[in-house]
Design a protein. Structure first.
Length: 607
């Protein structure tokens, strides 16, 4: 959550910061600000709202200088306001700080600093850091930042500049991502590579406890004791066009249409000489065969991908599998042994709760696999092995292509476990892999035949609530459909296994109430149709996601959105797409910003 960008070099910094913040706005957009150092002073400009508001203010203020830091905020401590916007400055106005994360002991720090005469102008936890650095500063910004962080409990990505050290930016991190890069015109720091991709593709991903000092065209790296270190440089391979809409009206629709490529790229090279191979997991077939319990830990959309994985791992590999919200997993005492596999799923690879759960699982002796979309992310670095979803950068806050990439990756993992345990024959695995690969073409078909989505959306656009139901694999898909609708349209939605309707949810239904049913051909198809009839009898407007050629379903539904016939195991991939389109269309009809829904941010780096 929140976005950081900083630059020091030969160019005017204001435009660089604003462009970087625009690209980072998907990480937070409650407020934004910049601090620019020039001729021995700091010029700080902050505004509530989107980066566009800040841009107007910066232009009016005629901000000049070649060194500065910027921030776009997702509020944690204090309401969205200009006073709470970053950067936060020291009382003497000589030091400015931007911060991602949460300072857990900020109240104690604030009380101590206030008792020593420091005045606070915001409700944020971050302002304590500015005063801690000011308190420790004795002519060396790097040393002062280190001293300040020694007093801090919590998570942070920090970038700090000081009027007394022209051209210098100091940055450090703990549990909140920061990367730095050097280009011909200067040095960059950001919370996401997208902010500096035009300048350089060679970046260093900071490790927890590292410090970096940037001075014009020089970058120095230090460990926690401020000993110099030589970091590893990572080359960014994804194209800049992922950050452009490419003719689509919004990023969400663009990313929905990129899903066939994601499926193909995620599967590329995985079937070698007729066998599945995922070398980066780092476990031999013999070690995989010893796995006797699987936990999938995740949050939000990734949790729903985990529900799909449970069906597949238990069905194919016959391994007991539990899916847990990472925020709950870390606070209880799960049964973990050396033969337990923990699969951590996170689109960003930064999710704070998921990272904490990984660390807890490893301490207890589990093997941990990460499934993430971001090369070199904390989840990738702290797992024993990793599968990358090959979705490239996802800009829209509501995940679509990353979700499908996660399902495909988890499907590969389920097949690999079944292969290692001998629960499926090799000809079965090859057949399933080919059918999985065929879903890319089937998603293309869905995208080309989505006209009925518009009609179905009109039936929901003015509703106050909606219900999503399904059975088996359809129940997991229904959960994701309801989440997508809530996220971007602000229309209340719930999801239930269809068989639970009679145990409470059916009381919600009155005339015209939208009920969206995942009713694809499956072993529980007839049961699902019976649940549709119960809702229809009570006046519900039924929208069915159904298998192409199923004419009988029309007798029970007001709107039918057809998808190609697939094996039930792969229906989560195909049935999710019309639900994504439905949520987006409803949100557009309701006048909502589908890329940046209120109160949400792309990367949840705080607990």
């Amino acid at each position: 959550m929140c976005g950081i960008v900083g630059y020091t070099g030969s160019r005017q910094v204001a435009g660089i910061l604003l462009e970087g913040l625009k690209r980072l706005e998907y990480r937070g957009y409650d407020s934004a600000g910049v601090a620019v150092e020039n001729e021995g002073s700091l010029h700080v400009v902050r505004r509530k709202g989107r980066v566009a508001e800040l841009e107007s203010a910066v232009k009016q203020s005629e901000v000049v200088g070649t060194c500065g830091i910027g921030h776009t905020r997702w509020a944690t401590h204090g309401r969205p306001s200009e006073a709470n916007a970053h950067p936060h400055a020291s009382n003497d106005g000589r030091i400015a700080v931007v911060h991602n994360g949460i300072i857990e002991n900020f109240a104690e720090l604030r009380d101590d600093l206030a008792s020593r005469g420091y005045a606070f102008g915001s409700d944020t936890d971050t302002e304590t850091v500015a005063h801690l650095v000011e308190d420790a500063y004795e002519g060396d910004l790097l040393a002062a930042v280190r001293t300040a962080t020694e007093q801090v409990v919590g998570s942070y990505g920090l970038a700090v500049t000081c009027a007394d050290e022209p051209g210098v930016i100091v940055a450090t991190r703990k549990d909140s991502p920061l990367i730095v890069g050097k280009a011909e015109d200067g040095c960059y720091v950001a919370s996401d590579a997208i902010a500096m991709i035009d300048a350089t593709r060679d970046v260093v991903v900071l490790e927890d406890g590292w410090f970096v000092r940037m001075d014009g065209d020089a970058i120095e790296f230090f460990d926690g004791a401020l000993n110099p270190i030589e970091p590893t440089v990572t080359h960014i391979t994804w194209d800049m066009d992922v950050a452009e809409k490419g003719g689509y009206p919004d990023f969400m629709l663009k990313e929905i249409h990129e899903q066939p490529r994601v499926i193909r790229d995620t599967l590329a090279g995985r079937l070698v000489n007729g066998r599945l191979e995922i070398d980066e997991l780092g476990m031999s077939p013999e070690e995989l065969d010893l796995i006797d319990r699987v936990y999938v830990i995740a949050c939000g959309t990734s949790y729903h991908a985990g529900l799909v994985a449970k069906e597949l791992i238990e069905g194919w590999a016959r391994i007991p599998t539990e899916v847990e919200a990472a925020s709950e997993f870390r606070y209880r005492n799960p049964i973990i042994t050396p033969t337990t596999l923990v699969v951590a799923v996170s689109q960003s690879g930064e999710t704070a709760d998921t990272l904490a759960a990984i660390r807890d699982a490893r301490v207890k002796g589990a093997r941990v696999f990460g499934i993430t979309n971001v090369l070199g992310s904390p989840v990738a670095r702290e797992s024993d092995g990793v599968i990358y979803t090959k979705a490239n950068k996802e800009i829209a806050v509501a995940s679509t292509k990353s979700f499908l990439g996660q399902i495909v990756s988890l499907t590969l993992l389920a097949l690999l476990l079944a292969q290692a345990k001998g629960k499926l024959k090799m000809n079965q695995i090859r057949l399933l892999f080919r059918e999985l690969a065929d879903t890319a073409e089937q998603v293309e078909w869905i995208l080309a035949h989505a006209d009925e989505v518009n009609e179905a959306a009109r039936a929901c656009a003015e509703a106050r609530s909606a219900l999503f139901v399904g059975r088996g694999m359809g129940a997991a898909i229904a959960r994701e459909g309801a989440l997508k609708l809530k996220e971007i349209s602000y229309l209340h939605a719930e999801a239930y296994p269809a068989g639970e309707m009679k145990h409470g949810p059916i009381a919600l239904i009155d005339e015209g109430f939208p009920v969206i049913v995942v009713a694809t051909k499956s072993p529980v198809y007839d049961k699902t149709v019976s649940n549709m009839q119960e809702s229809k009898a009570r006046g519900a407007t039924i929208i069915a996601i159904a298998t192409e050629g199923d004419e009988d379903i029309k007798a029970h539904a007001d709107h039918v959105i057809y998808i190609p016939k697939v094996r039930d195991a792969f229906s989560a991939i195909t049935a999710s797409v019309p639900l994504q389109l439905l949520a987006r269309t409803i949100a557009v009809m309701r006048g909502c910003d589908v890329d940046q829904p209120r109160n949400l941010a792309k990367s949840v780096t705080v607990e």
